[in-house]
Design a protein. Structure first.
Ligand code: HAM
Length: 430
């Protein structure tokens, strides 16, 4: 019976990453791992789903992420689970659960992996996206509250972006103060909003009651002139918060990391205290935040743990790759193996496999042809996939002298088998 089949496509907002683009992803990840190592960070891997409560309590009940964007589902036993929309809350949960506070010094942890938010998809914004992030936290006695930690992480990010060849980034910086400063500012905002909020969007009217700070996240164009007139958080900071922020900026100045101050940068997650930051990039269009982060001195306690001040960031890897591809004219370079081995006849297939194995074990990148191909077809296949073709016929096998053609120059060379690996390792330049 013929059943009509409909084509199944990837779910809206999700993407397949294909070669050669995956090479760019791998090189970004390798560069990030190398930088993390230099700054003494170590990898943590946490599950992709968690109890919904973790994000509700950690990220904040009133945030867009929790109210509108989280993929939440009921498990078969009735418990509520969520695909992680971010990883900071998971890292803190793991820190508490595994008593990492008992380990010496500050914990410096990094992670790479997919996150999930049901946002409206557009360029640079997906429902499954990848983050590369890091967190540094520990008991206050470990120095985790020091402004030096903030400056170190920002300097590391500037280094990483430079290393990746991302030019033209901007670091935007703010301080949202301590929890007490935030509470005070929320009251100041609530009062200021009283007289203007009726002219604002529905979301802002709700936020004005539940969490006035979130009004500053509003993207509705008509609300922007009103938001511009609201009091700024800098005026609500106490002495300690001001001094902390001044030390962060002084250390950045010393390290010559450029930044601009942005009073409205309160970030879309509730856990932030004191330093908040974003690195933006002009080439990204509307979704211009390459990465964001900040300090979260009360987060561990908010999810039931010991005092563990900390700071961290997460970088949107999809956006990072977009910026890199934009710099390289939108396309990842096509992938070409060092050589394509063409056996002349099916009886030579086993010998070709042995030769390929020999060369691969010497670190070369080899594509293997098929003996049933005519020579012309082998040449065509080889030219598309490799820099050189190695012909393996009966004569070559017996004499141990192989014929190699370098496509970039068109030159054909006879090479003894013992010298083949060294010959193929030379770049095939035109
Ligand atoms: P976030 O600002 O929500 O912060 O996300 C960090 C980065 O993830 C953004 O700057 C952006 O590059 C990327 N991103 C977010 N949503 C999407 C999306 N839908 N599609 C593509 N990329 C996206 C956090 O997640 C915090 N956990 C960062 C942090 C770590 N704060 C302290 N520690």
């Amino acid at each position: 019976m013929d059943v009509p089949t409909t084509l199944i496509r990837a779910v809206k907002g999700t993407r397949d990453l294909l070669p050669p683009a995956t090479e760019v992803w791998n090189s970004v990840e390798a560069a990030a791992r190398a930088v993390f190592r230099a700054y003494n960070y170590h990898e943590i891997r946490t599950p992709i789903f968690e109890e919904t409560q973790l994000f509700a309590r950690g990220v904040g009940e009133e945030t867009d992420i929790v109210t509108k964007e989280m993929y939440t589902f009921e498990d078969r036993d009735g418990s509520s689970l969520a695909l992680r929309p971010e990883c900071t809350a998971s890292v803190i949960r793991a820190y508490i659960e595994h008593r990492l506070d008992q380990r010496p010094g500050v914990q410096k942890l990094y992670y790479l992996g997919p996150m999930f938010r049901r946002e409206r998809p557009q360029k640079g914004r997906y429902r499954q996206f990848s983050q590369i992030g890091a967190e540094v936290l520990g008991p206050p006695s470990s120095g985790s509250e020091s402004p030096l930690r903030d400056a170190e992480i920002l300097e590391m990010l500037a280094t990483l972006l430079d290393e990746l060849g991302i030019t033209g980034w901007t670091l935007e910086l703010n301080s949202v103060g301590s929890l007490a400063d935030r509470a005070r500012y929320n009251e100041v905002l609530r009062t200021a909003l009283d007289s203007v909020v009726l002219g604002m969007c529905q979301d802002c009217q709700r936020r004005a009651v539940t969490n006035p700070l979130r009004v500053l996240d509003c993207k509705v164009p008509a609300d922007q002139p009103i938001i511009e007139t609201l009091p700024v958080i800098a005026d609500s900071l106490d002495e300690a918060s001001r001094a902390h922020f001044a030390q962060v900026t002084a250390a950045l100045d010393a390290a010559q990391v450029p930044y601009t101050l942005n009073h409205r940068l309160v970030r879309g997650l509730d856990y932030y205290t004191r330093t908040t930051f974003e690195f933006t990039h002009g080439g990204l269009g509307a979704q211009n935040a390459l990465l964001g982060g900040g300090r979260y001195d009360g987060l561990s306690e908010a999810i039931g743990g010991p005092k563990a001040p900390g700071i961290g960031f997460a970088m949107g890897e999809d956006r990072l790759v977009l910026s890199l591809l934009a710099a390289q004219d939108q396309k990842a370079a096509p992938l070409k193996a060092d050589a394509f081995i063409a056996p002349l006849g099916e009886t030579l297939n086993p010998a070709a496999l042995v030769l390929a194995r020999e060369l691969r074990h010497k670190g070369l990148w080899i594509e293997l042809g098929e003996g049933s191909f005519r020579l012309k077809k082998s040449f065509e296949a080889a030219e598309k996939t490799a820099g050189r073709i190695v012909i393996l016929g009966e004569d070559e096998l017996q004499s141990g002298i192989l014929t190699v053609k370098t496509f970039a120059t068109g030159i054909q060379t006879k090479v003894p088998r013992a010298e083949l690996a060294a010959f193929l390792a030379e770049p095939a330049k035109g």
